[in-house]
Design a protein around this ligand. Structure first.
Ligand SMILES: [Zn+2]
Length: 363
């Protein structure tokens, strides 16, 4: 093992081998309201969209999860602690929390939640899709955006001493906008400074993942330092998944437990059920790509928490693993998705310097 590789959690630096059972894509405290989400047209549905989540309206929220304004905010510290503690009780050890700018990240509170629950949390940096960018980002140079990412990982985020350990989830729409491409360029620079993995929120098209990998590779990022998120809700055809895997990137099947037959606001794209996710994972293993696969649940809404009647962060451990077993994936291979592969990708260089000693323009 390269001795300079570390995993930077919000509480301390650890060795990659100590990451253990890891959910590769989650959100602990987040706020999706900055996205261009639309309220329903119907006045009755509008009323429902602003009601607090209760057992009486849980059915409606499950069917309109992105339209409910209260559902798309995770802001209760004690709830986050108990949800994460449940993940630990069920065998989880680490979580990649990709709540970057645009998703309402709260570094200090996230580090407190991690410390109280005993789970190792790696937090992301960078910018989500353009519809959530602050207006000032257009006036910020690519070097300055990159510098802010490096400082997040080396110095601390948002004026705290809590440091990020991964770049992402970097938001890409489909097609990728010019502003989003600038953030990809900055991500590649920040990766060059720190070695940290780049996790991309993939645009809503079957060939989007391939496009994002090609862009990042052209910018100098090695394919095996790139994670393409949401493969299980973007790609329905195994041939497309194999084409993406052939680039050498990591493929995150990170929507376990999300099973509406069609994703709200997904432009008609069907959402697979867990069995279909598992079948595609099995096909990718059979094709020889097991070491590039990651799994998670991308929980970012109240209705998916145990506290609100959902399945919680350990669903993938309690229910995902039996589904994988059912389709013929042996437990040792599932362990590769949960333990070995995360330790191979979610590291950064332990000797990364702050930009006070080494500026990106000096490269
Ligand atoms: Zn996410």
């Amino acid at each position: 093992m390269n001795p300079t590789r570390i995993v930077r959690t919000v509480t301390d630096d650890i060795e990659p081998k100590d990451l253990g059972v890891t959910s590769a894509h989650e959100h602990l405290l987040c706020d999706l309201r900055s996205r261009d989400l639309q309220l329903p047209d119907d006045p009755e549905e509008q009323r429902r969209a602003t009601e607090p989540l209760q057992i009486e309206n849980l059915w409606w929220i499950r069917e309109h999860h992105l339209e409910s304004q209260t559902n798309i905010v995770l802001d209760e510290i004690d709830v986050a602690v108990s949800e994460l503690a449940q993940f630990r009780t069920d065998g989880g050890q680490s979580m990649i929390d990709l709540t970057c700018h645009g998703l309402g990240r709260r570094p200090l509170e996230t580090s407190a939640v991690a410390a109280r629950s005993g789970v190792q949390v790696v937090l992301g940096c960078g910018y989500y899709v353009e519809s959530s960018h602050p207006g000032s980002l257009r006036q910020t140079s690519i070097d300055e955006i990159a510098r802010s990412m490096v400082d997040d990982m080396v110095v601390g985020m948002d004026g705290t001493n809590v440091r990020a350990g991964v770049i992402g989830e970097i938001g890409c729409s489909w097609p990728v906008t010019d502003e989003e491409h600038r953030v990809l360029e900055a991500s590649a620079l920040a990766h060059g400074e720190t070695g940290a993995a780049v996790v991309v929120h993939t645009g809503r098209h079957a060939s989007a993942g391939l496009d994002h990998v090609q862009r990042l590779v052209r910018l100098g990022v090695a394919p095996d330092r790139i994670v393409i998120s949401h493969v299980d809700r973007r790609i329905n055809d195994i041939d497309d998944a194999i084409e993406l895997a052939r680039t050498g990137c990591y493929l995150a099947f990170d929507c376990f437990g999300l099973e509406p037959w069609i994703a709200p606001s997904a432009r008609g794209m069907p959402m697979p059920c867990d069995l279909e996710r598992a079948v595609m994972l099995h096909q990718l293993c059979e094709a020889g790509f097991a070491r590039q696969l990651l799994i998670g649940q991308d929980i970012a809404m109240k209705h998916r928490l145990c506290h609100y009647g959902g399945h919680g962060y350990s669903y993938v451990l309690r229910w995902g693993l039996p589904v994988l077993r059912h389709v013929g994936i042996p437990d040792e291979m599932s362990a590769q998705f949960l333990v070995d592969n995360p330790s191979e990708v979610f590291w950064m260089n332990g000797d990364s310097q702050g930009t006070t000693t080494k500026t990106i323009q000096d490269r």
